[in-house]
Design a protein around this ligand. Structure first.
Ligand code: ZEM
Length: 281
């Protein structure tokens, strides 16, 4: 919003990305996941969910099992909220993902401020809107089509699994997708196509796919990107051309963090279900 120094906020977020005491020395991946889960509840039919409102502050949403572990990301950002109290949580969480992507070597993602935090839990979206890793292509499509994404965008966004890892106690899955999970590039797509993946039960009894040395993993949903012919076309393109992937990822992530944000004439987000916003639904 006019007069606010978003560059100063970005600089502070950038400083908290390297962290020797956390996962692989970086808070970046979990910050990206927070931005994604804050946004990925969107339903285009009803206009509910999405990043505007920061509804994950409320227990109903933070306790959705899909959001396990995201309390770490929210805690990492809390000192920045204290330093810049004028920024909304919904702006801070989305900006956190954008800054983390860039700090880990990823593309610049266009970001616009002006989201407004809800003042109560009246508009918290129902649990269960985020994808379930144990399923396949039909499930992924139904979740992402609900948000308004197409197959190309689904595959581009899935490239975020080049970052971070699965934590058994959070999701029931274990391990990283790539050898260097704090550096953003297209290794995930190359591995999906060219490594040998073997399905096996992990220590928690859930089926996932392992590389032959057992060091790397893929979720059942990740594997459906190569077994489904329409998804696979995009995996092949992104594996071959990193710049093409970065361009598509940047556009799709920018779209993701705008879901549910209705902007008025000056580009500022309207308070959810204000008269004007409601008229547009
Ligand atoms: Zn993920 N994701 N995701 N994802 N994700 C995990 C971790 C991360 C799915 C999923 O079930 C899981 C997108 C799409 C999908 C990130 C970003 C994005 C984990 C592991 C699971 C189980 C959680 C844990 O144990 O901590 C499914 C089924 C998806 C769709 C089909 C999209 C889209 C993303 C961003 C654009 C990131 C960065 C992580 C790593 C988090 C971390 O803490 O390291």
């Amino acid at each position: 919003m006019a007069g606010h120094d978003y560059e100063a906020v970005k600089a502070e977020i950038k400083k908290i990305v390297p962290n020797d005491e956390y996962d692989d020395g970086s808070t970046g991946p979990v910050l990206v996941r927070l931005a994604w889960h804050a946004s990925g509840t969107y339903d285009k039919e009803t206009g509910t969910g999405g990043s505007n409102g920061a509804t994950m502050r409320y227990k109903i949403e933070s306790s959705d099992s899909a959001n396990n572990g995201l309390e770490h990301a929210r805690k990492f950002l809390e000192p920045i909220k204290e330093k810049f109290p004028w920024i909304s949580y919904s702006d801070l969480w989305t900006l956190g993902g954008v800054v983390a992507i860039e700090a880990m070597g990823g593309p610049v993602v266009p970001w616009k401020p002006g989201r407004v935090d809800d003042v109560d839990d009246k508009y918290v979206p129902p649990n269960g809107r985020l994808p379930d890793a144990s399923q396949g292509a039909a499930h992924i499509r139904s979740i992402f089509y609900r948000m308004g994404f197409n197959d190309q965008e689904i595959v581009a966004l899935s490239g975020a699994h080049n970052l971070g890892r699965c934590h058994g106690d959070r999701s029931g899955f274990e391990g990283p997708w790539v050898p260097n999970p704090t550096r953003f590039n297209n290794t995930y797509f190359k591995l999906l196509l060219h490594a040998e993946w073997v399905k096996s039960k992990n220590s928690l009894g859930n089926e996932q796919f392992y590389s032959d040395d057992g060091e790397l993993m893929m979720l059942p949903t990740d594997m459906s990107l190569v077994t489904d012919p329409k998804f696979r076309v995009w995996v092949e393109k992104y594996a071959k051309d990193k710049d093409f992937f970065f361009n598509d990822f940047s556009a799709a992530f920018a779209k993701l963090i705008e879901l549910g944000v209705t902007r008025g004439p000056e580009g500022l987000a309207l308070r959810k279900y204000s008269t004007v916003a409601r008229a547009r639904l």
